[in-house]
Design a protein. Sequence first.
Lengths: 252, 114
Amino acid sequence: MTRRVRLALFLASAVGLAVVLGFALAGLPGFDADLGRYASFVASHAVSQRRGTNSVVDVAFDYRAIDTLAEELMIFVAAVGAAVLLAHARDESDEGQAADLEALRAPSTSDLLRTFGPGLAAVAIVLGVYIVTHGHLSPGGGFQGGVILSTALVLVFVAGRTLAAARTRPLAPLEVAEAVGAAGFALIGLGGLVFASVFFENFLPLGTKGSLLSAGTIPLSNVAVGIEVAGAFALVFAELVDQMVLGRGGDT
Amino acid sequence: MSAPALVVAAWLLLVGLYGVVTSRNLVHLVLCLGVAQASTYVLLLAVGYRQGAQAPIFSDIPTSAPVVDPVVQALTLTDVVVEATVSALLLALAVQTRKRFGTVDPDEIGELHG
């Protein structure tokens, strides 16, 4: 199929899709309609039932925690898949070149970046931990905080003198963190099954609304997911940095 | 009026698909897929938005206050995470493709092995 035929085919079907999409979107409720029944129930009862003031997190980590488990396993599988694919690519490369990796210098690390990178990494870690642990109270949660935590590692990469040193590329601990986080979240679900006979039932004391230790299992789930997401994203970053290093080594 | 948000959602989907169909580079293709997927964020948030309502965080507003739909926001969270992981996996595949075929143009890969 030539490019022109493909483009024509796409344009024809895109017009059809646009028409159908227009009909579908025209049937959606407007901004002045009432919320759906499920949404208004959650909005008015989440805080009194679960004591977590962030009702989005109440939905994600309590009412629909089983969906979040599937989503979290998806991250786990995707990160492992990316790591396997990229590690495979690494093994195919020249062995002698791999031996030089420890000495490979970052190409354009300025003194400024090298000075402030570690400091910014510390800030990223504090912010990430805050976002993870306060997810049930204020905007945030395990996913958002986990991504912020993984940026700390990226900052260490870009500020580092060597790109491929084992110390800034702790692949094994990252894999462990990812697995521990994923297993921890699944265990919290199993805990509901054991202590309250329903999978992902909130089996811990709910505490007072607005305090850090409240909302039962929700903060624990946030911490587990935060560890898992931080590990998964950092693992993908680390593997992609490896590719960058190997690619440049191959070119010169 | 919810029309502008919905038009943006439809436009992002179509323009992202156009990019995927016409792409000459696998990395560019992954980014176009991200654009197409961004339409679902706009759509979900537009479905949940209500005029004059606040964010569904009840730390400093009463539970009786009008808020936007918290359920679609949780769905959007899922959506963002899925997009990020799918991109990571596809980019890893693009790296492998470059290693194996020496090109990241989807058409050339098809010519060699079609």
